[in-house]
Design a protein around this ligand. Structure first.
Ligand code: ATP
Ligand code: MG
Ligand code: MG
Ligand code: MG
Length: 484
């Protein structure tokens, strides 16, 4: 099955179980300045869970465009290093708004995986929240998952809210225990089973999270956090399309699935053309994966109205774009190549997300301008960095002042410099960088020309999204943070 077929098989399965198919909301949330980007399928339904918003359906299913490259959910540093993390990905989800609860949710998930997708049962592991006996019993007694593959996780020394298996919107909002499903990619991949110390490998990959929305966490009159029961117990699930596709296509990495092949080939072709190094780029280079990942995040962000800038969402976009450009530079590109990948992306994803075709020319232009700008300074910046590294003489930490100079004069975001260093087992003195940054701010302030600083974290700058109305569900509100 292709990724496109898997996406529609998921939606059709849940439609056959009485779910309304709802369109993805934009990656830029409509009316919540605290949420950087849409990072989960449930974002657009937050108010429905809380009982503030009513829909004509009590069951919904979506394929949601998600971005996890800043704020509470940030997988930017995982891209290129794990087989399973992207900055942009699609989350397949089914939702119950006070309709079915744990039993049906887990049975649907199991039926879809083992009967429709026909995954071998002995490759599947599940986890439940530590004291969730109900979910544990459903898995082991009703569904028949052997106890040795059903793992209780959470409540680590009373840190209930920090637990992996207790999902929360943020400090406040809908929350509840969750149950995750993992697929064992086999002994030739490194990593341990869920709950083990070496879980963080790519062997046992989390494919699907089922959240049992039961509580609303809020601050009471005395300033303490309290949890109220939600009006009605609900369900929120999320399965990464790229991860389940890898499983179904019998490959161990998301980057090996069909959806990425044309993008990776285009990345190789354009980088080679831009560097006059035809045939020289290794098709397996992690840098090509980073580029293929980042063109998706950058393009869908621009589609929804963000442009590269020095603050807020625009700065996240700039950081992702420049990281991709730097990876191209590393492979030999010396002239703009990145924006040329928009065509390959539109060809690959335009049927599922027509907005990328609709905005293709504008997205290309916006990225081209950013790329032309960065190509003016990247070569000199890289030369300075290389000289500084050569002068380290066995040291492992780059001087914060140099990182600041690269940032200030050459447009190297700190995380881009850190990305170069990490490839060589080095780090940067962040405290020194911050001191240099603050020093410069003080001077600018003293000179009466204080300009808005380039914050790494989102600072609430609104992004106006004029939107493709027809893709939005009427009345949908996109709010809240998704944190687990
Ligand atoms: P992980 O532990 O692997 O980082 P997560 O627990 O942070 O995943 P959830 O918040 O539970 O992920 O999101 C639901 C599903 O979305 C995950 O089970 C996974 O299939 C998918 N997913 C999450 N983050 C990413 C990502 N960065 N890239 C691709 N898929 C992802
Ligand atoms: Mg994660
Ligand atoms: Mg997880
Ligand atoms: Mg999870």
């Amino acid at each position: 099955m292709t990724a496109a077929e898997i996406r529609s098989a998921f939606l059709k399965y849940f439609e056959s179980k009485g779910h309304q198919i709802v369109a993805s909301s934009p990656v830029v949330p409509g009316d919540d300045p605290t949420l950087l980007f849409t990072n989960a399928g449930m974002n657009q339904f937050k108010d429905v869970f809380l009982g503030f918003d009513k829909r004509p359906y009590s069951r919904a299913t979506t394929a949601q465009k998600c971005i996890r490259a800043g704020g509470k959910h940030n997988d930017l540093d995982n891209v290129g290093y794990t087989a399973r993390h992207h900055t942009f990905f699609e989350m397949l989800g089914n939702f119950s708004f006070g309709d079915y609860f744990k039993e049906d949710a887990l049975k649907y998930a199991w039926e879809l995986l083992t009967e429709v997708f026909k995954l071998p049962k002995d490759r599947l592991w599940v986890t439940v929240y530590a004291d969730d006996d109900e979910a544990y019993d459903i898995w082991t007694k009703q569904i028949g998952v052997p106890a040795e593959r059903c793992v209780r996780i959470g409540d680590n020394k009373g840190a209930r809210y920090a637990s992996d298996n207790f999902w929360m919107m943020g400090d406040t909002g809908p929350c509840g225990p969750c149950s995750e499903i993992f697929y064992d990619h086999g002994a030739d991949v490194a990593g341990g089973p869920p709950g083990s110390p070496d879980q963080d490998g790519d062997r046992y990959i989390e494919i699907w999270n089922n959240v049992f929305m039961q509580f609303n966490r809020r601050v009471d009159e005395s300033g303490e956090y309290v949890m109220d029961l939600l009006p009605r117990p609900s369900v929120d699930t999320g399965m990464g399309l790229e991860r389940i596709t890898a499983v179904l296509q019998h490959v161990h990495s998301n980057y090996e699935i069909d959806l990425f092949q044309n993008l990776l080939a285009a990345a190789k072709r354009e980088v080679e053309a831009a560097g006059n190094v035809s045939g020289a780029v290794d098709a397996e280079s992690p840098s090509l994966k980073v580029i293929a990942d980042h063109i998706r995040a950058c393009s869908f962000t621009v589609v929804d109205g963000v442009i590269p800038s020095n603050e807020g969402r625009g700065y996240v976009l700039r950081r992702i774009a420049r990281r991709a450009i730097r990876h191209g530079y590393k492979l030999g590109a010396r002239t703009p190549f990145f924006h040329k990948l928009v065509d390959a992306l539109a060809a690959e994803m335009g049927s599922a997300y027509p907005e990328i075709k609709q905005h293709q020319a504008r997205v290309t232009e916006v990225l081209k301008l950013e790329e032309e700008r960065f190509f003016q300074t990247i070569a000199n910046g890289m030369d300075i960095l290389e000289s500084a590294l050569a002068a380290l003489n066995g040291g492992t930490v780059l001087d914060g002042n140099i990182a600041f100079k690269l940032h200030d004069t050459y447009g190297f975001p700190l995380d881009l410099t850190a990305d170069v260093l990490r490839e060589r087992g080095l780090t940067v003195d962040e405290a020194g960088f911050n001191t240099a940054m603050n020093h410069q701010r003080e001077q600018a302030r003293a000179a009466g020309k204080f300009k808005i600083a380039q914050g790494l974290e989102y600072q609430g700058t609104p992004t106006s999204f004029q939107g493709y109305d027809k893709l939005l569900v009427e009345g949908a509100k996109v709010t809240g943070l998704y944190i687990d």
